[in-house]
Design a protein around this ligand. Sequence first.
Ligand code: BES
Ligand code: ZN
Ligand code: ZN
Length: 486
Amino acid sequence: MSTEIKINFTLDTNPLANIKADAQIILVIDKNLTHKSIQDKKALDILGYEGADEEVAQIGNNIYVGTSSLCSDEIRLAISNALKKIKKSNYKTIKIGSYASETNSNISAIVEGAILGSYKFDKYFTKKTKEKLENIIISSENYNDNKIDTSKANEEIKFAYSVASSTNIAKTIVNSTPNDVTPQELAKIAQDLIKDIPNTECFIGDNEYLEKENMNLFLAVNRASANPCRLIHLSYKPKNPKHTITLVGKGLTYDSGGLSLKPSNFMSTMKSDKGGACAVLGIFKTISELGLDIELHAVIGATENMIGGDAYKPDDVIIARNGNSVEIQNTDAEGRLVLADCLSWAQDNIKSDYLLDFATLTGACVVALGEYTIGIMGNSSKLKHQIAMNNNSGELSSQLPFNKYLKKTLKSPIADICNISNSRYGGAITAGLFLDNFITDEYKDKWLHLDIAGPAFVEKDWGYNQNGASGAGVRLVSYWINNLAQ
Ligand code: BES
Ligand code: ZN
Ligand code: ZN
């Protein structure tokens, strides 16, 4: 993919002064300009530089960035700001010290800040500029003088490089346009993504397969589309897996709303409705290429939601794969229909310890939590907590609680369940509860739903994320799986 960033990261046990490089990044922590790592005190003083949050200054070949603390996400942001500053330079090799806090070596934050922060989406520009930066050398010389465990640090570099690169790949697929990434193309991308990774396999189901599987909800969403749909199943089976995890992703390569058509200002950006599928692909790539001892499955429902004489309609009743009848009252609540059949397929075909779905499912989730935070829903408080705890990944998440009153709002007078709630409130939760209806007793406590509608695609730069896709979900859940694998 054209937008992949290739930077070589190495850990060097030599002191910074003995490492040869074209330039050095120096972090100013909490405005402490008297710290011994600051080499240009006088010059910085003349400039009036204070080392405030995100404040950048360059003196010769030293690039100073202010950051309030040694929190890992502050370090990511600082590194990304430093790289922005030197974007136009001809530096090939840069060095930086270690900035470990009491609890975190922050090596991964340095690597992730660099890779995530220097991402740019140039796929459709006919002229592309080549990045000149090739190497970042991290010295184990530490800001606080305590020792860095070098073998652990090297492991961290490996993981961070993989997870940040996979996040960037997810961004590129989400940012790609609906005339480029159709469901068929998404299936090809998935196949390509894993072709060199050992112990992986790919199965692609077409419309005919879905008919055999009675995936009528999924097929109904696809019916008015000129592009056929695809069920994508990737599996990674290492020799001695500690757990089996299945990830299910909403892969709406375009969501026009169907007959319940979206107003045009809401329709644009709906290329991002494949964000769940892309998150799943990103996580799958990282876990499988690192060879972690976790059996992992990715199940993606890829389709468009379009209009036409053949379109499914508000008032239709459709029988889901699990046999439940579903009354359609809004064709724009399509993601939950595709996911319902995919979740049913996944539960019947894969024996998993954990089942997680990822979807840009509701605008209501963005209203509830703001656009930067993932909504986590499910029946197991323990599992919700386990995932939400991975905020050292730099991703924000919050739990949205189910309750029996909201569950009742999905009742239909003519079918087992309606695809929308009869209340205008709690829309993220009622969408989650709709999915819960398709989770069998065996999986009730193994399942979680992640609504990534907010952070998957934000129309402005934020932190070290660029305007557009952010690869939401990839880091949060890859961090969790990496911990499970240890
Ligand atoms: N893909 C949308 C949700 C969405 C909205 C994602 C904004 C990202 C940003 C989803 O298919 C949808 O349209 N949901 C409806 C549900 C409603 C009809 C109950 C919504 O959120 O309005
Ligand atoms: Zn929709
Ligand atoms: Zn949608």
